[in-house]
Design a protein around this ligand. Structure first.
Ligand code: IDP
Ligand code: MG
Length: 182
């Protein structure tokens, strides 16, 4: 038998011997990067916590810290210190204090940049469909989620929101060892 359906093609079709799969490396060799992600009060009230966690898990990132809290004003004023002069600042602090927030620290390759892409534009009408804000946010002042916007900012925010003992180092088990390439 030749042509389109040669022996090799037929063997592949029938599930015959194949080239061995490339072994997986387990852990990445590049430096670990972490970012702060927080489901804001509107996201918690709209039951979007699970949706957010699922998107980050499916993307291959590792959850290394998580807590639900009524955010103290001292944390909010430091967190949003760059926005203190903005006209929307008092409303932003009221919004962020209006109910519990779920704060998380996610770890992974380029997680800061990737998270920003996953959450989408600050303004809901500019946020692309498929992003968290593009799918769920109704207004710039109710935009469901926060994610740090730089590696330095992430380090500062993680120190502000979490004590070091609240963050866990854990290693992916065998079933997850293909998360990163060799
Ligand atoms: P980001 O959350 O996308 O990083 P920032 O400019 O850092 O956006 O603003 C922090 C938060 O302040 C936004 O997520 C949003 O909740 C709020 N905010 C920003 N701009 C406005 C505005 O023009 N009106 C109302 N709220 C705003
Ligand atoms: Mg920001």
């Amino acid at each position: 038998m030749g042509g389109l359906f040669g022996r090799a093609a037929l063997r592949r079709l029938l599930g015959g011997p194949r080239a061995p799969l490339r072994p997986c490396s387990g852990e990445p060799s590049w430096p670990r990067e972490r970012t702060l992600v927080a489901v804001k009060p509107d996201g918690v009230q709209r039951r979007l916590v699970g949706e957010v966690i699922q998107r980050f898990e499916r993307r291959g990132f590792r959850l290394v810290g998580m807590k639900m809290l009524q955010v103290p004003e001292s944390i909010l004023t430091e967190h949003y210190q760059d926005l203190q002069g903005k006209p929307f600042y008092p409303a932003l602090i009221r919004y962020m204090s209006s109910g519990p927030v779920v704060a998380m620290v996610w770890e992974g390759h380029n997680v800061v940049r990737a998270s920003r892409a996953m959450i989408g534009n600050t303004d809901s009408c500019e946020a692309a469909p498929g992003t968290i804000r593009g799918d769920f946010s109704v207004h710039i002042s109710r935009n469901v989620i926060h994610a740090s916007d730089s590696v330095e900012g992430a380090q500062r925010e993680i120190r502000l929101w979490f004590r070091s003992g609240e963050l866990l180092d854990w290693v992916a088990g065998d079933h997850q060892s293909c998360t990163y390439p060799a």
